[in-house]
Design a protein around this ligand. Structure first.
Ligand code: SF4
Length: 258
């Protein structure tokens, strides 16, 4: 019987460098071939933000503009996120933004040259997960916020429903609290201006709950200090451990060695 040849590594764990730092992991991700999406996207779009970020947002995957720029949340959804953060009183410069999947999955529009977003499937999300685990382990945000169903279900389980449990803190080993809300691109897709305005207000309300949670848990000062911390964050080695991580290294679980 012919042996099935697996064309891809099927897990990014094999690409995670030894003694990883955020910079080393970001560099390694540029050459990831763990699933076929590297053939489709222009480049790996890794997360971005201070290494001491208090808050980490996790979206689904980069969009068309992010794919071209090589940076997450720089398109219309990112601009909406910026506005909502400002409204909620969360400094964007203290926030790390990333995606569950690091390459843009798309298909060509029937007419024209437009690239249409395609939802990543379970095996693609699974293959990419070690990069997200590495980001969480190295940044160690106090709060993780999942944006939309794909990121929420990737981190909180397939049964999770954003519509039911958005805006409430969820206990998780990933951080002190995980919040889920809609993806800003869903706000942009609202069917009419009134629905869109309402969706945006609901999104801002969820972020205000995050801001309140941070203040109530003593992280307001970290938020204010975040801007100064930014300059030294991207190149620093890992922070001193808070229990589970050795300095500069990921927990083994985050390297796919559970
Ligand atoms: Fe690697 Fe993720 Fe890109 Fe797939 S989508 S090739 S797992 S970085």
């Amino acid at each position: 019987m012919a042996t099935r040849v697996k064309p891809y590594a099927e897990s990014a764990a094999t690409f995670i460098p030894e003694r990883p730092t955020l910079e080393k992991v970001r560099d390694a991700a540029k050459g990831c071939r763990a699933c076929w999406l590297w053939t489709l996207g222009t480049q790996t779009v890794f997360g971005e933000g201070p290494r001491q970020a208090t808050v980490m947002f996790v979206g689904e995957q980069p969009g068309d503009q992010e794919d071209k720029a090589g940076r997450p949340f720089v398109g219309p959804a990112g601009k909406l996120l910026d506005r909502a953060l400002e409204e909620a009183g969360i400094d964007r410069d203290t926030v790390y933004v990333t995606n569950a999947v690091k390459h843009f999955k798309w298909e060509r529009a029937e007419r024209g040259a437009r690239r249409i977003h395609k939802k990543p499937n379970d095996s693609e999300i699974r293959a990419c997960r070690p990069w997200l685990d590495a980001e969480i382990a190295l940044v160690r945000p106090r709060v993780v916020i999942t944006l939309g169903a794909t990121a929420s279900q990737a981190l909180l389980g397939k049964q999770f429903r954003v519509t039911k449990d958005r805006g409430t803190p969820i206990a998780s080993p990933l951080a002190e609290a995980v919040f889920a809300t809609v993806h800003p691109s869903a706000v942009l897709r609202a069917p009419d201006p009134a629905a869109r305005a309402q969706a945006e207000q609901d999104f801002i309300a969820d972020l205000k709950k995050v801001a309140r949670h941070l203040a109530e848990h003593g992280h307001a000062q970290r938020l204010r200090r975040g801007r100064a911390a930014k300059t030294r964050t991207e190149t620093r080695a890992a922070k001193p451990p808070r229990g589970r991580a050795a300095q500069g290294e990921l927990p083994l679980a985050a390297r796919g060695r559970r």
